[in-house]
Design a protein around this ligand. Structure first.
Ligand SMILES: [Zn+2]
Ligand SMILES: [Zn+2]
Ligand SMILES: [Zn+2]
Length: 331
């Protein structure tokens, strides 16, 4: 998807570990936390009080990384393209999945997740229609290890004037593939995964989840629609329901790998909102979880990976096999 290489060294998986061991989260969360700035009725850091919301709840981030009214002026100090700067306008929102503080995608009911998907669709449509917005990124960070500041089930939406780097790379690769083969990259890739099954974690009528052939993170998952569709705007009701069910299945499976709430960053990649047609784009989501060997040993992106190429020890097939074996296990 990015035209980049990864180094795979399965023989290294057995090496002894004397490095950093992370603390395992053990606290059981209460249904309502008076100190949580996302729970209904509580005051947020900016002083605003949350309404007594019942379903999903959306608000503008009080500490937004992007502001809506920023001039897009471009500067090139010295005129040699070495110190180039450009104003970036955008909108950052927070979506609380539901009032309950203690639930997650893995423990929510199917209909509750369907409501969240509905809110994602609505936000994608609303923000993407704004004239200054060209891309809408929806993402969730779970767990302190991934920098999540609050366990309350929530995600973020960052809508930006420019198309972010990861999306631009995938867009170019998908366009290139379409031009060269006359077919869609992820449609073709999904076919291969459904035939080979070695990296398939789970699937249903409308979606499949694989540890991608090019996975960098040990238990990385690519979630892909079976039908060629670009964004939430193309979803049928059946697809909303199937997405909700597979999201629950993936996150519940993750929690069984090391018997702890599995930390991850997850996000949807959809067609850019730049008013162009994007026949090359195929709706998908990436799950990037950092854990490697246990609840307390994570993968580090250091050394050769920072200076050269990403590297992994366990193969994507080994990771998929482990996940596959846990898909239908009840916690
Ligand atoms: Zn809360
Ligand atoms: Zn496709
Ligand atoms: Zn992607």
């Amino acid at each position: 998807m990015t035209n980049e290489w990864i180094l795979v060294s399965p023989h290294r998986a057995l090496r002894p570990w004397q490095g950093q061991v992370e603390k395992t989260p053990t606290a059981v969360e209460p249904q309502y936390d008076p100190g949580c700035y996302l729970c209904p009725g509580n005051a947020r850091a900016g002083g605003v009080r949350n309404p007594d919301y019942r379903g999903t709840f959306v608000f503008d981030n009080d500490f937004a990384a992007l502001r809506p009214n920023v001039d897009s002026e471009r500067l090139d100090f010295g005129g040699k393209g070495l110190l180039v700067a450009e104003g970036e306008a955008g909108i950052c929102r927070v979506i609380c999945f539901l009032p309950r503080h203690d639930l997650t995608l893995a423990t929510m009911q199917q209909n509750e997740i369907e409501q969240v998907v509905g809110t994602w669709k609505q936000q994608f449509s609303e923000l993407g229609a704004l004239p200054q917005i060209q891309h809408v990124q929806i993402f969730e960070n779970r767990g302190a290890m991934m920098g999540a500041s609050n366990p309350h089930p929530h995600c973020q939406v960052w809508a930006t004037r420019s198309i972010p780097e990861a999306v631009a790379k995938e867009s170019a690769a998908q366009q290139h593939y379409l031009q060269n083969h006359g077919t869609c990259l992820l449609c073709d890739y999904g076919e291969i995964e459904l035939q080979q099954k070695a990296r398939l974690v789970c699937s249903n009528q409308h979606f499949l989840a694989v540890v991608p052939f090019w996975a960098i993170w040990p238990f990385e998952i690519l979630l892909c629609s079976r039908r060629h569709l670009g964004s939430f705007l193309d979803f049928t009701e059946g697809e909303v329901s199937s997405l909700s069910s597979i999201l629950r299945q993936i996150t519940a499976t993750y929690n069984l790998v090391f018997d702890v709430p599995f930390p991850y960053s997850m996000g949807f990649h959809q067609t850019p909102s730049d008013r162009q047609t994007h026949p090359e784009w195929h709706f998908h989501a990436h799950f990037y979880p950092p854990l490697l060997r246990s609840a307390s040993v994570r993968k580090f992106m250091v050394g050769f990976e920072m200076l050269g190429t990403p590297q992994r020890d366990i193969t994507p097939e080994m990771a998929a096999q482990r996940l596959q074996s846990l898909v239908d296990v009840k916690p």
